[in-house]
Design a protein around this ligand. Structure first.
Ligand code: SF4
Ligand code: SF4
Length: 438
């Protein structure tokens, strides 16, 4: 019997590992569609950014209660998964709680701590479900939160509640089996939280208890492996992506908008100055200004799209969205990810007759952006929706001359008058003429 269980476990583990590997390859392929960008400077500042923002959850603590609940889920996820190591060894070797005899009393303390985290995750997920579905926090109910993103968010919360319940029920049935002297059930000592559930199992036969304990064990480990694969299709990919994304984040001041290297070069050539060859700024298509599709964006913008948690903090802070415009920075990130996945999946790739601009993101959306950076400031994982908007807008204005008429007049004025107004530079101080006479 044991050997069959071991074989099934090895098969399940190998299948999950294979699926996970395929998905990682797919995401890598998607990110590599982007054009080059150098983000290897200043490694110490980058490690610091990752430690504070990804590990330390620094930007989450603007609102203490959701931050604390999120911290429970995050720490619970990291720490409870240490227990998975024991599950995997037990599953392969056919043992049961292999660490218990070695760790003795420490095992009891460790497991009780894991149970505390399981209870905290359970409570946090229940509160999150209530906030989304009963309190209906506004940022979770914007137009871009269509059926799948809403279902995805709820599914994962229900899933975590089921997984944490399985741990507690497994430990409770295990303790009853230990008390009844069942073979192979190594003593763990009294576990703090699951011991409250012991009355549920106390009157059951040993054979029934073994079936229940095994059911919870298998449910938990298949759930964890299934979760690992599922997150790669879900917004919960941020659990992993937050780390590289914060490491490779933009370290320049937020308001600094980079010049376009090919325009700068043209001007330098005209002035007889040496030109730059910065490949990181070169367009995907020679002669193209800005971005029309995902291959015109940098790999970092595409990594941003895979990291987005769809939390909507950016959209909640966006002045354009607050004043009823169609623009949602979260929507920009979701649309970018959808397009990257479509291109990476399709046989035709970028030649499928569609593009990010037009088919996924409209001019109305990008024109509504005030370039205020509020979305960048609000994002808990250092995503930069503005850089995508700017590149799309550059394409519209420079390749299609498709900006609103008032903007074109302003561009013309800046070009000829060095100011947004329609005055010759020499006329700009005419208003002061009368003052001189006084
Ligand atoms: S930069 Fe644009 S998208 Fe971001 S918050 Fe400001 S207006 Fe909204
Ligand atoms: S871009 Fe950042 S703030 Fe906006 S939804 Fe995604 S993770 Fe949240």
């Amino acid at each position: 019997m044991h050997i069959i269980q071991q074989l099934i476990f090895i098969l399940v583990l190998a299948s999950a590992t294979y699926l996970l590997f395929k998905r990682i390859q797919f995401i890598r392929k998607g990110i590599k569609l982007g054009k080059p960008l150098s983000r290897s400077d200043n490694p110490s500042a980058r490690w610091r950014s990752m430690a504070l923002v990804a590990f330390g959850q620094k930007k989450m603590f603007k609102k203490p209660l959701p931050a604390l609940l999120h911290l429970f889920v995050y720490v619970g996820f990291l720490v409870i998964n240490i227990e998975v190591l024991e599950f995997i060894i037990d599953g392969i070797a056919g043992t049961h709680r292999i660490f218990a005899p070695f760790l003795g009393g420490t095992y009891t303390i460790l497991l009780s701590f894991f149970e505390f985290l399981a209870v905290a995750v359970f409570v946090a997920c229940a509160v999150f479900l209530i906030r989304r579905n009963i309190v209906k926090v506004a940022r979770f109910h914007k137009p871009e939160m269509t059926a799948w993103p809403t279902l995805d968010a709820n599914l994962i919360l229900v899933f975590e509640i089921l997984l944490t319940s399985a741990i507690l029920l497994m430990n409770a049935s295990d303790q009853v089996l230990q008390a009844k002297g069942a073979e192979h059930y190594t003593p763990t000592g009294q576990l703090f939280f699951s011991s409250f559930l012991i009355p549920l199992f106390q009157n059951s036969e040993v054979s029934t208890l073994i079936i229940l304990e095994r059911f919870f064990w298998w449910f938990h480990i298949i759930g964890i492996l299934g979760f690992a694969v599922y997150v790669t299709y879900s917004k919960h990919l941020h659990i992993f992506m937050a780390f590289p994304n914060t490491y490779f984040a933009n370290l320049k001041p937020m308001g600094q908008i980079d010049n376009m290297y090919n325009v700068t070069n043209e001007v330098k050539l005209m002035l007889g100055l040496p030109s730059e060859t910065d490949v990181s700024e070169s367009p995907a298509e020679v002669g193209r200004f800005g971005a029309k599709d995902v291959n015109d964006l940098t790999w970092k913008s595409l990594m941003d799209s895979f990291t987005c948690t769809e939390c909507g903090r950016c959209t909640a802070e966006c002045p354009a969205n607050q004043t009823g415009k169609k623009l949602s920075p979260r929507g920009i990130m979701m649309a970018t990810r959808d397009r990257v996945e479509e291109v990476a999946k399709s046989e035709k790739g970028l030649e499928d007759g569609k593009s990010l601009l037009g088919d996924y993101i409209s001019k109305e959306e990008i024109n509504a952006c005030t370039s205020c950076n509020a979305c960048v400031e609000a994002c808990p994982v250092l995503i930069d929706p503005l850089s995508i908007i700017l590149e799309l807008r550059r394409y519209v204005s420079m390749e299609e001359s498709g900006s609103p008429a008032a903007w074109n007049a302003m561009f013309q004025n800046i070009e000829t008058n060095f100011a947004p107004w329609k005055f010759a530079p020499t006329d700009r101080f005419n208003w002061a003429d009368d003052l001189k006479e006084v």
